[in-house]
Ligand binder design. Structure first.
Ligand code: SAH
Ligand code: DHB
Ligand code: MG
Length: 224
């Protein structure tokens, strides 16, 4: 089974489950035209994020890694009135495209794009003493995924979901000797997730238009 078949099946799924949508489709087009790398979540994966946010009745969401705001729009649309999403992005050009895409989706009042290295903006966020986020989506550089997970634990509470993209990397994740720093980052992340008593977690492999990768999902446990 090959990439062509995975892409064709993703097209089939998308035709069934993801109808054309003005703001989402425009976000992908504008991101492409601005030269952003095509590493946004696939359309059916965006809808999965939306469903996960709905299922935990998220009122506040944190995203680490905005790109053009495609996943951001899917997540923000799951929020109730007065919901809030903060998304962290280090690349000013990406943040600018994202802000325009978010505005086109009428979500500028709901979504705050924070420009800066997440390793710096996360401690700032923690210092603000906000209520726990109901959902965190980790999707920035893979080298720092373990650090993003540690901050996510500080910024969430019982019942919160922590979802992490790209934890399989075409299967390279099982290569303990990999010289790819993003593979090593993901390996350390998966090990930390698996051994963390504060969460109940698993990893699912995925194939599709974006190739062969995977998603980690964790729920934050209570204290008892
Ligand atoms: N979540 C997006 C895709 C994000 S791609 C979607 O699915 O639509 C990863 C993004 O993380 C890129 O835009 C990249 O610039 C950003 N990034 C990489 N390192 C970062 C860092 N240290 N801090 C904040 N953002 C970072
Ligand atoms: C890359 C990053 C992503 O978030 C993704 O979904 C796919 C690829 C990357 O940096 O290569
Ligand atoms: Mg990703």
């Amino acid at each position: 089974m090959s990439q062509n078949r995975w892409t064709a099946v993703d097209d089939y799924i998308t035709r069934l489950f993801v109808p054309p949508d003005f703001a989402l489709d425009a976000a992908l087009r504008a991101s492409n035209e601005a030269g952003l790398p095509p590493i946004n979540v696939a359309q059916n994966q965006g809808k999965l994020l939306h469903i996960l946010a709905l299922s935990c009745q998220a009122r506040s969401i944190l995203e680490i890694g905005t790109l053009g705001g495609y996943s951001t729009i899917w997540l923000a649309r799951a929020l109730p009135d007065n919901g809030k999403l903060i998304t962290l992005e280090s690349n000013p050009a990406h943040a600018e495209v994202a802000r325009a895409n978010i505005a086109r989706a009428n979500l500028s009042d709901v979504v705050e794009v924070r420009l800066g290295n997440a390793l710096e903006t996360l401690p700032q966020l923690a210092a603000e003493g906000l209520d726990p986020f109901d959902l965190v989506f980790i999707d920035a550089d893979k080298e720092n995924a373990p650090a993003y997970f540690e901050w996510s634990l500080k910024l969430t509470g019982r019942g919160s979901l922590i979802i992490t993209d790209n934890v399989i990397r075409n299967g390279a994740v099982i290569d303990a000797d990999s010289i790819d720093s993003s593979v090593q980052g993901v390996r350390r992340f998966n090990a930390a997730l698996a051994s963390e008593p504060r969460v109940t977690a698993t990893v699912i492999q995925t194939v599709g238009s974006k190739g062969y990768d995977g998603l980690a999902i964790a729920i934050v446990n209570g204290n008892e």
